[in-house]
Design a protein around this ligand. Structure first.
Ligand code: HEC
Ligand code: HEC
Length: 391
């Protein structure tokens, strides 16, 4: 049973009625059981997530997209997509160098100019500088259910890492401790391919700046186009672009976006999950986590099924070569597998269009499971794939 919202106009005033319907859960729904006020916040946040930003809103000078939804769109707003962004760097004295002096490590491949608003300076979009020796592409990840991930206590990730280490089978994950700009101090990073971000509000403000060029209180400093800070003299919106309402509203949307609905299950998918467990996939792709306490009643103390531990693992040759926070070049966050049936290009750089290709690319701590997968008999393999395609 799902709660549907019916909005109609009566004598000029908007009335929102929560009605019970039997419509099955769909991608893009809000969490069931929200209050009317929370449903309004979710819908306002969805509106902001879809909103195409302009120079007047603070877009640019350099940016990657004009709305969050431009990249996060498959199969509906809030999903992922095959769109990738580019990072680069080099190695200096044996250590990763993000080359900030030329605008690294993240590229902003668009720039504002007179076409966006008359009379403004034409800024130059960034490209990978010739001196870069490391170039990595990162695919847009889906955002379904991330409010639950955000509500898992930090101590649970530490406990999970300790459990994995105690197993002593070469698959132990590492907790990504990162700066928490929202609460101060450090916290467990669980968002992004490198687990580089600790909460959805911080990610929203980070993406607002780094994907769209919109500054806000958590990220108040504009990116210098290709490292040329002098160019900022021409910035048409040098003031703080957003006072914090934008990221808060985007975070509301993401926090209350429901988990991906599970696909059809059958005796094959049930048998396939057993194969998944027997190969050791579940060492990293952990089926069930639990939320802790939360401001939102619907997020409190709930089990959910992301098929990830959200920890960093040394993936050997599958790593993207970029150091970020405590993640080294070879370390990547276990990709959650819920909603996998909607993904079309797999792994951090979208290098393969098949699930089998994604599994075969596992290296480092994932190598042993990959080898066990490679030597599976045909029947077990097809059951495993049926299971993965039901997520
Ligand atoms: C140009 C495309 C693009 C735009 C625009 C964009 N994103 Fe993303 N998003 C990405 C990519 C690529 C990643 C993975 C980045 C990484 O981990 O380095 C990502 C990751 C995320 C994540 C982490 C999800 C996870 O799996 O942990 C969140 C949250 C997010 N984006 C929110 C937003 C919000 C909010 C906006 C708008 C302010 C936005 N994004 C705009 C491409 C985009
Ligand atoms: C040591 C931890 C570990 C083990 C064991 C492991 N994985 Fe992964 N898996 C990862 C990480 C980390 C990623 C993300 C890697 C990247 O893209 O750079 C990933 C990515 C994936 C993806 C791609 C998801 C996407 O959205 O692109 C699939 C599918 C997958 N794993 C399936 C499996 C299966 C099936 C097994 C067992 C045969 C397995 N994994 C074993 C850590 C692991």
């Amino acid at each position: 049973m799902r709660v549907a919202v019916v909005v109609f106009s009566l004598a000029g005033s908007l009335i929102t009625v929560a009605a019970i319907s039997d419509r099955p859960q769909q991608f893009g729904d809000s969490l069931p059981g929200l209050t009317k006020k929370q449903i309004t916040d979710f819908q306002d946040g969805l509106g902001d997530f879809n909103e195409v930003e302009t120079v007047a809103d603070g877009l640019g000078p350099v940016f990657n997209g004009r709305s969050c939804a431009e990249c996060h769109s498959v199969p509906v707003t809030g999903g992922g997509s095959a769109r990738t962004v580019t990072r680069f760097g080099t190695t200096t004295n044996g250590a990763f160098d993000a080359m900030a002096f030329v605008g690294g490590s993240l590229i902003q491949d668009h720039a504002i100019g007179p076409d966006d608003a008359s009379g403004i300076h034409q800024f130059t979009a960034e490209s990978v500088p010739g001196a870069a020796t490391i170039i990595a592409h990162r695919r847009t990840t889906p955002l379904f259910g991330l409010g639950l991930v955000d509500a898992v206590p930090d101590a649970d990730f530490a406990a999970l890492a300790a459990e994995e280490a105690a197993r002593n089978d070469g698959t132990a994950g590492k907790v990504s401790m990162v700066t928490d700009l929202v609460h101060g101090g450090t916290a467990v990073g669980k968002f992004g391919w490198k687990a580089q971000n600790p909460n959805l509000l911080q990610f929203a403000a980070d993406a607002y700046l780094n994907e769209m060029g919109i500054t806000s209180p958590l990220f108040p400093i504009e990116n210098c186009p290709s490292g040329n800070c002098g160019d900022l003299a021409y910035n048409p919106r040098p003031d703080l672009n957003d006072l914090g309402d934008g990221p808060a509203s985007l975070a509301n949307f993401m926090t209350m976006l429901d988990v991906p609905p599970r696909g059809k299950t059958s005796s094959d998918t049930v048998a396939g999950e057993k194969v998944f467990n027997s190969l050791g996939c579940a060492s990293c792709h952990v089926a069930t986590l639990n939320t802790g306490n939360s401001e939102l009643a619907v997020l409190r103390h709930r089990p959910f099924h992301p098929y990830s531990d959200f920890l960093l693992h040394d993936m050997g040759a599958l790593g993207d070569g970029i150091s970020q926070g405590v993640a080294t070049g070879t370390e990547m966050r276990t990709a959650p597998l819920w909603g996998l049936r909607m993904v079309t290009t797999f792994l951090h750089d979208g290098r393969t269009t098949t699930i089998e290709g994604a599994i075969l690319a596992h290296d480092g701590q994932g190598r042993a499971a990959r080898d066990r997968f490679a030597s599976l008999d045909g029947k077990s393999k097809s059951k495993l794939l049926a299971f993965l395609n039901s997520l």
